[in-house]
Ligand binder design. Structure first.
Ligand code: MG
Length: 431
């Protein structure tokens, strides 16, 4: 699905209607519409979402998901699964292909290295060795040591209106709230490639419908809108709902929380690549997690979306938050610049502290003869810090592999404890 971006400005109250008309006129709505993304309850922060297979249940874990011949020495203690210091790695009964995997663990002895989770039974994750270390935040959503904090709850000093005058949104009790009619706001900070964290809550507007209910937007570089909308039991067009890259991609799933509840976007954005003449040679790419659930996996964005600040795709740009006439609230906004940064191989916590991996994995695509047509690909966060984005791993293109493109998940033994481990198959991104 690729639809041209509408040229209407989204500050116009008729924008959704005009945008819809624009799409119709462009012939985009006929034959190319995708089905409404299914609703999936994201569960509490840290999951599991409702469509996940729990491997270590967060309340009452069992050894049932695991192959009995691998469980010797593994012990359940309340909500924790303890690995044997020496012993066999734990292997799932079920095989998986394209998945999102969440693992919480803690190292219990000094000197124990971080566990390497295996996917397809062989591919060890995380994948990057020898890089630098980043200090993670106190929680996975708190700003890591190398983050630029864009809104910390105290002031709008880092923001302006789009014409440069002071921003006029309200800052109340640590929260940034859209003041309808005062216009979009942008950061003074400009960026190219980033990891970005934003939290938002939509207002309770039961009388409003569709695009009129809790509308705002998170514009990457001021150009590409990740839609903010109350899409909890509120139908709208498929590529205009919460989490959509507006009029370009619907989210893979709808994981909205109800209005007034805090939600999160964790976004990895790689800006357009351009030649010396300022012509785009590689489109921007984005991966987005909404409430911890992947809704876009390394999708290509083909141009600025409606209501954009400018079309200078080769230039750095600010973060822009949309005034669409609704009192959407924001908090805890930060980014990490990825451009020019050395490789980050870990963001560890201390012995005894709980840590997490969030992994988005695409199995290799194999031809009929068993050769790799497209390599496996992985995105990894460690304690909320991006380690790898869509990195290719495993056998190279053309290599003959003697196993299927599905396989078990393996938790390594060692001085390690696990809790709240879940996995969910993910759909292919739209083409
Ligand atoms: Mg919007």
């Amino acid at each position: 699905m690729r639809c041209p971006s509408p040229t209407t400005t989204s500050t116009n109250p008729l924008a959704p209607l005009l945008a819809g008309l624009g799409v119709l006129l462009a012939g985009c709505a006929f034959g190319q519409e995708l089905p409404e993304p299914p609703y999936v309850d994201p569960g509490p922060p840290g999951g599991p979402p409702a469509d996940a297979v729990t491997l270590v249940d967060r309340f009452a874990p069992t050894l049932d998901p695991w192959r009995p011949d691998t469980t010797a020495g593994w012990k359940l203690d309340g909500k924790v699964l303890k690995a044997p210091a020496q012993g066999a790695d734990l292997v799932t009964k079920q095989a998986f292909g394209d998945v999102q995997l969440h693992v919480e663990f803690r190292v219990t002895e000094e000197g124990q290295s971080l566990p390497r989770i295996k996917l397809l039974g062989t591919l060890a994750i995380p994948v990057i060795d020898g890089g630098s270390t980043v200090q993670p935040g106190n929680t996975d959503s708190a700003p890591p040591g190398d983050a630029v904090v864009l809104f910390d709850g105290t002031s709008l000093d880092g923001w302006t209106r789009i014409d440069g005058r002071p921003a006029r949104w309200d800052v109340v009790k640590g929260i940034l709230r859209c003041k309808p009619g005062t216009g979009n706001i942008i950061t003074k900070e400009r960026f190219r490639d980033v990891q970005l964290h934003v939290e938002f809550a939509t207002p309770y507007m039961p009388q409003a419908k569709g695009q009129g209910r809790g509308n705002s937007g998170v514009y990457l570089q001021g150009r590409y809108e990740i839609q903010v909308l109350d899409s909890y039991q509120n139908k709208t067009y498929f590529d205009g709902q919460c989490g959509a890259i507006y009029h370009e991609y619907p989210p893979l799933v709808n994981v909205c929380r109800p209005p007034l509840q805090w939600q999160s976007y964790d976004i990895v954005f790689y800006a357009a690549r351009c030649d010396a003449n300022g012509k785009v040679t590689v489109y921007p790419r984005a991966t987005v997690l909404h409430n911890g659930v992947v809704i876009h996996d390394n999708v290509e964005i083909h141009g600025p979306t409606g209501g954009h600040l400018d079309e200078k795709m080769c230039e750095p740009g600010p973060l822009m938050l949309q005034d669409h006439g609704n009192t959407v609230q924001f908090r805890n906004i930060w980014l990490r610049h990825l451009t020019g940064k050395g490789r980050v191989s870990q963001a560890p916590r201390s012995v005894g502290e709980w840590q997490s991996y969030d992994i988005v994995f695409r199995a290799p695509r194999l031809g009929q003869d068993g050769t790799v047509q497209r390599r496996a690909r992985v995105t990894v966060f460690h304690n909320g810090v991006l380690l790898a984005h869509a990195v290719e791993i495993g056998p190279g293109k053309g290599a003959k592999v003697d196993r299927p493109a599905e396989g078990p998940v393996i938790l390594p033994a060692g001085n390690v404890e696990y809790r709240n481990v879940w996995i969910r198959p993910i759909a292919s991104p739209p083409k």
